[in-house]
Design a protein around this ligand. Structure first.
Ligand code: ZN
Ligand code: ZN
Length: 332
């Protein structure tokens, strides 16, 4: 069982990476169609659904608040994260831990799971508080010396907002209103930019959360297996509210468990899904770090390629040296 869950997980992770990295949403074929669904149809249908529920004026207002939440520095998503994360742990503590130990899950997992969760929480705090490498007049010289201009993506240029020379690989964040060294992206979950100095904490944040989600989901599945065997659900006969009898099947057992342990089953499903998404996201970022290319640069390179312009990545030192650069990076 555990093996098949792991296989499904890996296939899911690689499919997501493949769709994100390799396939244009405007091509033909089933994978392009999936990419089109994720990047074009779902946003369009969400807008249509919103105009049906809220009306056009309501949708414009909702969009305004949404844009405020994602375009201005604010702790909204940090609070959402803490509610989901701490709430998820409390539900696990209340509904999952009482079933441990059992023949499928030893007591050890209760402690190691709690420890992993605690580590994940620390990585979140580090990713939130370690500055990304903000460039100002006092450290500009050091930043200018860090990376050479490649004269393709970066040429000597001034930031019109900060009124300083823009070092190669830096970008002005319109949300934080500062120039950031080796700018990757602005992350709403940590309420700041991801850049040269905090990229490793960001990677640790998504890796630890992918692991804890998958681990908690896997242990949850094992707890459910224990309940299924203890209550002999595989050979049981189920009765619905109208008194109709059903023979056991995996669908009926799933419905029974969902009704009997709704919060816990929900948390298990959420953990497996989030483990999958975050695992894919971590692999994507890890591969990009290995190529020494930022998310910001990837977009620019794609635009150059559309114009048929070849660009050599002068920052690429080789996979492990690139990873080392990320690990060694600190405040300049
Ligand atoms: Zn700037
Ligand atoms: Zn920012």
């Amino acid at each position: 069982m555990g093996f098949w869950v792991l296989m499904m997980y890996l296939v899911g992770v690689f499919s997501i990476i493949f769709v994100l990295l390799c396939v244009s949403p405007y091509g033909t074929g089933p994978i392009s169609a999936l990419s089109r669904m994720i990047f074009v149809h779902i946003p369009n249908y969400s807008y249509l659904l919103s105009t049906k529920i809220l009306g056009v004026q309501g949708t414009i207002k909702a969009k305004y608040y949404f844009m405020y939440i994602i375009n201005e520095p604010n702790p909204f998503f940090q609070i959402v994260y803490l509610v989901l994360s701490i709430g998820g742990y409390i539900i696990y503590f209340l509904y999952g831990f009482p079933f441990i130990p059992n023949p499928y899950v030893s007591e050890f997992h209760m402690y190691i799971g709690s420890l992993l969760y605690f580590i994940a929480l620390i990585t979140f705090i580090c990713a939130c508080i370690v500055p990304p490498g903000i460039i100002d007049k006092s450290n500009l010289k050091n930043h200018l010396a860090m990376f050479a201009y490649d004269n393709a993506l970066y040429k000597p240029n001034d930031c019109s907002s900060c009124k300083i020379q823009k070092p190669a690989r830096s970008k002005h964040c319109s949300i934080c209103k500062v120039c950031v060294s080796k700018h990757d992206h602005h992350c709403i979950w940590i309420n700041q930019c991801v850049g040269y100095a905090n990229y490793k904490y960001f990677l640790a944040f998504i890796l630890s959360h992918s692991l804890i989600c998958f681990y908690a989901g896997q242990v949850g599945v094992m707890i459910m297996m224990h309940i299924i065997y203890k209550e002999k659900l595989l050979t049981a006969t189920f009765t619905d509210a109208k008194g109709r009898e059903f023979k056991s099947s995996w669908t009926v057992i799933f419905q029974y468990l969902l009704q009997r342990y709704p919060a816990f089953v929900f948390i298990i499903i959420l953990c497996l899904m989030m483990g999958l998404v975050l695992g894919g996201f971590f692999l994507y970022h890890f591969l990009m770090a290995g190529k020494n290319i930022t998310s910001n640069e990837r977009v620019k390179v794609m635009k150059l390629e559309e114009k048929g312009v070849e660009r050599e990545n002068i920052y690429n030192l080789g996979f492990w040296k690139n990873i080392n650069e990320v690990i060694d990076a600190g405040e300049i």
